[in-house]
Design a protein around this ligand. Structure first.
Ligand code: NDP
Ligand code: 8X3
Length: 261
């Protein structure tokens, strides 16, 4: 029987790469996001390229009515979900807390925390019934250490860390795996979104750095998901070679290179 993975925020970045990786591995895929055209394109691409079944669901994870309606509809079509990747998320703005935008704060809290909770609440009863399943939450190094101006975004990712641990504990008797993957700086649309379309500023974030790529995170998600049944990665932090954590990194030019590089 083929396995099914649901990836939130699959219209770009990590989510899209994860959907591609698991489709290549023969999984049926459920992709979600708000951008209908991108969902349609990805569904067609994955079906054509890998011959797997792809279901595209357009909804905003911040709105529980939309989440419930989409998941009710989905349950009519599919009987099980093997993996849920809670990936949809964002940073909005980068400023000291005294000057932060309330709109930005609410967007981040509603998406990164409440959206993840709404999805988890929908999928866990199905996994509990199966006594099997895997939830992969995309956290961040921002949830492991706070950086200047990161305040509310960091707080949302600390919440993801806490909720990952809590879910793992609560679901322990059901044999449901729960994993947090916490990436450092990665080159996706993340900075473009954070800086509200300012391409120059977004590009600057990665200048002189060989940052993580979305495919790196997809490979890691695949690794976590394909371990033997008795093995569960609870928490995994990954950065590029020149970054240690939220606050400490160097430029590629400052790395001492091996002679043959
Ligand atoms: P991208 O901006 O490239 O992708 C974000 C995805 O999330 C998009 O598919 C977007 O889809 C979706 N999304 C955002 N808001 C909503 C919403 N309200 N409802 C539904 N879907 C939504 O960013 P990344 O791939 O980099 O980010 C993915 C996750 O990884 C996020 O949780 C982010 O915090 C985390 N992360 C990113 C890092 C980085 O440096 N890039 C590092 C560490 C963690 P659409 O707009 O179509 O709705
Ligand atoms: C995204 C990475 O360093 O911009 O979570 O917070 S960072």
């Amino acid at each position: 029987m083929s396995k099914t993975i649901l990836v939130t925020g699959a219209t770009a970045g990590f989510g899209k790469a994860i959907a591609e990786k698991f489709a290549a591995g023969g999984y049926d895929i459920i992709i979600t996001g708000r951008r209908q055209e991108r969902l349609k394109e990805l569904k067609e691409q994955l079906e054509r390229q890998f011959g797997v079944k792809v279901t595209a669901l357009k909804f905003d994870v911040r709105d529980n009515n939309q989440v419930e309606a989409a998941m009710d509809e989905l349950r009519k079509q599919i009987s099980r979900i093997d993996i849920l990747v809670n990936n949809a998320g964002l940073a909005a703005g980068l400023s000291t807390i005294d000057e932060g935008s309330l709109d930005d704060w609410e967007t981040m809290i509603d998406t990164n925390i409440k959206g993840l909770l709404y999805m988890t609440r929908q999928v866990l009863p199905m996994m509990r019934e199966q006594a099997r399943g895997h939830i992969i939450n995309i956290g961040s190094t921002a949830g492991k250490g706070v950086y200047k101006n990161g305040n509310v975004y960091c707080a949302t990712k600390y919440a993801v860390d806490a909720l990952t641990q809590a879910t793992r504990i609560d679901m322990l008797p059901y044999g449901i795996k729960v994993t947090a993957i916490n990436p450092g700086m990665a080159e996706t649309e993340f900075s473009l979104v954070r800086f509200k379309g300012d391409e120059e500023r977004a590009k600057n974030m990665y200048s002189g750095v060989r940052a993580l790529q979305a495919e790196d995170i997809a490979d890691i998600a695949w690794y976590c998901a394909t371990l033997p049944p008795h093995v569960c990665i609870n928490d995994l932090t990954v950065t590029c070679l020149t970054q240690v954590n939220s606050v400490y990194n160097i430029k590629e030019a400052d790395r001492i290179k091996p002679k043959d590089e």
